[in-house]
Design a protein. Structure first.
Ligand SMILES: Nc1nc2c(ncn2[C@@H]2O[C@H](COP(=O)(O)OP(=O)(O)OP(=O)(O)O)[C@@H](O)[C@H]2O)c(=O)[nH]1
Ligand SMILES: [Mg+2]
Length: 381
């Protein structure tokens, strides 16, 4: 059962559409939805006790086995609600962590998710980390007499966090070497960024003819994939990276844990910001993506906005021209309208990319640099 509490903050999702998508992406099926208004969260139950009774009645009537809140609950609120409702209660943050945990494929991705999850759990006293006890086998973990279970759990989590951090650092050192090697090859790096489900992987696949996993679920991609892309107009190869999608209120632990993966975006020479223009929420999603980009220090990297899924737009909302400008806080940003699914607009996108590569390079390199390509000059393949 999905519950949303309108606290008068912007971006309240009255239909709980995104929470529903997140739940489905985690393999759950929403059976009931309930929203209510409150001026401020109740310290003990987040909602009032009357509302909590209402939630319980609807949960029982609909046969719900778990209650998911769209807003972040404090450990105490979560615990009290679970007692009150006699059902497991989780929030959006844990749901996102859960999806990341299910999706992580690479060694590094798994470590990053585990770290974020442990950091989240370490603030909660309810025991939800039984898998840890299995992993560590319990040897050497038994403290002196009188040590309470919770102290034991805390110590176990603390030690696991330390261990995972060390392993992560080792993996990341290797990655940095790889990144440096790529820099040495003078690659021009383009990263696909955007809200989750915008169509980044679909576009990546149609641009480089790869077969990266694309699916109608949130966070289908967690690991960065990079392929070479040939741009005929400038006669050169660039490297294109598909990255993890962003979402509003991305759990903080995840931003930290995924710093290395997100670093891919920071290291790019150009960002292709993919937008699902058929989504009624796309202006808000653009804003959220820009916010995360600023958070990871990528706000000054040149961007091209790619308005994807034009095939899903009603006839009266179809763009007048394939390439135009989008006003982002008073700054015009180049925008290309495409459909990664039908291939519409991809040629225009390649042309814009070529222009951008020339433009960014000429600002990056002095004109005496042999790699410098003057504006408008044709270069054979
Ligand atoms: N109608 C339409 N659907 C599209 C288009 N491009 C992608 N999709 C669909 O949108 C969904 C998400 O596509 P993905 O490419 O996985 O999106 P993503 O941005 O990589 O998503 P995450 O990796 O989850 O962040 C899939 O069901 C795609 O088939 C398009 O041009 N038109
Ligand atoms: Mg993807």
């Amino acid at each position: 059962m999905l519950v949303g509490v309108d606290l008068g903050l912007p971006h309240f999702d009255a239909e709980l559409e995104e929470l529903g998508l997140l739940a489905e992406s985690a393999g759950l099926s929403p059976v009931a939805r309930l929203t209510c208004k409150r001026r401020a969260p109740d310290a003990a139950l987040f909602v009032g006790s009357g509302k909590a009774d209402e939630i319980k009645a609807l949960a029982v009537a609909s046969g719900a086995q778990e209650v998911l809140f769209d807003q972040a609950l404090s450990p105490a609120q979560q615990r009290n609600l679970e007692r009150h409702l006699a059902l497991p209660v989780n929030d959006r943050t844990l749901l996102i962590l859960e999806i990341f945990a299910q999706r992580a494929r690479s060694h590094e991705g798994k470590l990053q998710v585990e770290l974020a999850r442990l950091q989240y759990l370490s603030t909660r006293l309810v025991r939800r980390w039984t898998h840890l006890e299995r992993q560590s086998g319990g040897i050497g973990l038994r403290g002196g007499p009188g040590e309470t279970q919770i102290e034991l759990d805390r110590r176990m989590i603390g030690e696991s966090i330390k261990r995972i951090k060390e392993r992560l650092q080792r993996v990341q050192r290797q990655r940095q070497t790889q990144r440096r090697q790529r820099e040495r090859r003078d690659a021009f790096n383009i990263s696909l960024v955007g809200y989750t489900n915008a169509g980044k992987s679909t576009l990546f696949n149609s641009l480089v003819k790869a077969r990266t996993y694309a699916a109608d679920q949130l966070f289908a991609t967690l690991d960065t994939t990079t392929r070479q892309l040939y741009l005929g107009d400038v006669g050169r190869l660039v490297s294109l990276s598909d990255t993890v999608g962003f979402i509003r209120d991305l759990p903080h632990g995840l931003v930290d844990a995924f710093q290395a993966t997100l670093q891919e975006a920071v290291d790019a020479d150009l960002l292709l910001h993919v937008v699902d223009c058929a989504s009624p929420n796309h202006p808000e999603q653009i804003e959220q993506v820009q916010r995360v980009l600023a958070e990871i220090g990528a706000q000054n990297i040149e961007q091209v906005l790619v308005f994807n899924k034009v095939d899903a737009l009603a006839p009266q909302r179809q763009p007048i021209s394939q390439v135009d400008g989008y006003d982002w806080q008073g700054q015009p940003v180049d925008r290309v309208w495409i459909s990664a699914r039908t291939g519409q607009g991809l040629d225009a996108l390649r042309r814009v990319l070529s222009q951008k590569v020339k433009q960014v390079q000429s600002t990056q390199l002095g004109s005496d640099d042999p790699r410098f390509i003057p504006h408008g000059e044709e270069v054979g393949p």
